[in-house]
Write a protein that binds this ligand. Structure first.
Ligand code: FAD
Ligand code: NAD
Length: 473
């Protein structure tokens, strides 16, 4: 007889494994199906974690090349052992994937290795078939199914990814030598993070972006400042352009670009490596959703309501596969909320207080509304801004690029958004996330005693500036 579960989660990424852990904590018999041979999904295997390992290593190279001398530290010529850097990154990934496996075991979640498919939708007793790497299929019965199958790279017509000369983020994480030149297609998060890694290691990086701006969803002032900083670091931008073809050859890849709005002559660029980073799309191949009638949107996202319930009773969906912000922490929190709903509790996420962070250096972080969004919505708001050049710790660290900006409602002073370019911006923004969760005003942040000397005093001063009473500028 088939083994039965209360919930089977298809996909072992941050959405899926966290959902299974929380379900088990709440007393449900839970299983997590994963086909890639390791838990942690895109994030741990080929996303957040390996990219941050390389960002950290390459940041140290940059510091040694450009910052040490100002501290009186002379290191001579800095040499990069790329194979060792990559091995360290792989080791970091392994520590994380095995750590997640340990967590599942500790929490009594069954780890079903293989590709999962909803074989039969039957209220209260759905069937999930799992095919292992030897081709053997085992069928399980479950009250609930959670689809957490994540996302995949969006392809670009005319540009065939071979993961050698023309790479996606996955290939960009495993290059075996430092390219002399790289064309990055897309000035989004992946383009700027992976472009920064290779630029710091010595690659001449040109980023081609369809729109006239980098990091399109971010606050306008942040985008402009960050572009200036990245240009100062040596990254080149071709904004308002699209790549129409990329032909790999013996001497690199010939890239054709044209003005995005049409007109003008096509131009050619040559690069050792081309990185395609124009977004990600939902991944549902092989999960059997069409056979059991789960509705997907015309862009391929699984359609789920505010309780993560799809149109088929007992089948739920979370994470990248349902769209919205394609972020690991959003997927994780959906995993928790969904498990809580399945266990009969209220599950809730405040989608207005999810931070986005770009792990360049300086980092870029944003939460809540941008100035552009507030203007478009006709909301009366006030702005408080404070530069890192006026922060004592930033000066001591030699890291003064950027600013923090707080947007608050003009009438109530409630914090509506915060945008930071600066050192450790991703950590600094979290105090604003907590403030927003508690419905705080900018005065609440301003009156909170911030330890000195800390980079976070920049956030406090931005809050003071919203009331035109910044102290240190
Ligand atoms: P995924 O992590 O995509 O996991 C889905 C899993 O399901 C996969 O492991 C897949 O193998 C498995 N699967 C699919 N179908 C089946 C099936 N039928 N049977 C069994 N298993 C299946 N986000 C951040 O918040 N911070 C970052 O710094 C960050 N950096 C990133 C860097 C890169 C280079 C990339 C590509 C992404 C990054 N992201 C980052 C985004 C983040 O990785 C995703 O938002 C997150 O992984 C989504 O989680 P998920 O659980 O929904 O899906
Ligand atoms: P993205 O959506 O962040 O950026 C894609 C960029 O490519 C956009 O600026 C877009 O205008 C541009 N573009 C689209 N088509 C183009 C074309 N034909 N030519 C030139 N430019 C084009 O996508 P991404 O950088 O690929 O990242 C994918 C997802 O992964 C994002 O949703 C992101 O949230 C997630 N991610 C997050 C992090 C992080 O949180 N630090 C890091 C990496 C990835």
């Amino acid at each position: 007889m088939a083994e039965t579960f209360d919930v089977i989660v298809i996909g072992g990424g941050p959405g899926g494994y966290v959902c299974a852990l929380r379900a088990s904590q709440l007393g449900l018999k839970a299983a997590c199906v994963e086909g890639r041979g390791a838990l942690g999904g895109t994030c741990t295997n080929v996303g957040c974690i390996p990219s941050k390992a390389l960002l950290q290593s390459s940041h140290l190279v940059d510091e040694a090349n450009h910052a040490f001398a100002a501290h009186g530290i002379n290191v001579g010529k800095v040499e990069v052992d790329l194979a060792k850097m990559m091995a360290r990154k792989d080791d970091v990934v392994k520590q994380n994937t095995t750590g997640i496996e340990f967590l599942l075991k500790k929490n009594k979640v069954a780890y079903l290795r293989g590709w999962g498919r909803v074989a039969k939708a039957q209220s209260g007793a759905h069937e999930v078939a799992v095919k292992d790497d030897k081709g053997n299929e085992t069928t399980y019965v479950t009250k609930y199914v959670v689809i957490a199958s994540g996302s995949d790279v969006t392809p670009l017509p005319g540009v065939t990814i071979d993961e050698k000369q023309i790479v996606s983020s996955t290939g960009a994480l495993v290059l075996s030598k430092i390219p002399k030149t790289m064309v990055v297609i897309g000035a989004g998060v992946i383009g700027l993070e992976m472009g920064s890694v290779w630029r710091r290691l010595g690659t001449d990086v040109t980023v081609v972006e369809f729109l006239d701006v980098i990091l399109p969803p971010m606050d306008g002032e942040v985008r402009k400042q960050m572009q200036r900083i990245l240009e100062k670091q040596g990254m080149k931008f071709r904004l308002g352009h699209k790549v129409t073809a990329a032909k790999p050859g013996k001497d690199g890849v010939e890239v054709t670009l044209e003005p995005a709005k049409g007109g003008g002559n096509p131009e050619k660029l040559n690069a050792d490596v081309v990185l395609v980073a124009i977004g990600r799309r939902p991944y549902i191949a092989g999960a059997g959703l069409d056979q059991v009638g789960v509705k997907v949107s015309n862009r391929g996202f699984v359609e789920a309501d505010e309780n993560y319930q799809t149109n088929v009773e007992g089948i739920f969906a979370i994470g990248d596969v349902i769209g919205g912000m394609m972020l690991a922490h959003k997927a994780e929190d959906e995993g928790v909320a969904c498990a809580e709903i399945l266990a009969g509790h209220p599950g809730h996420i405040n989608y207005d207080a999810i931070a986005s962070v770009v792990y360049t250096w300086p980092e870029v972080a944003g939460i809540g509304k941008t100035e552009e969004q507030l203007k478009d919505a006709g909301v009366a708001y006030k702005v408080g801004k404070f530069p890192f050049t006026a922060n004592g710790r930033a000066r001591a660290n030699g890291d003064t690029d950027g600013f923090a900006k707080i947007l608050a409602d003009a009438g109530t002073d409630r914090v509506l958004g915060c945008h930071i370019v600066g050192p450790a911006a991703g950590d600094l923004i979290m105090e604003v996330a907590v403030a927003m969760e508690f419905g705080a005003s900018s005065e609440d942040i301003a009156r909170t005693c911030h330890a000195h000397p800390q980079l976070g005093e920049t956030v406090k001063e931005a809050a003071l500036a919203a009331d035109k009473r910044a102290l240190h500028i």
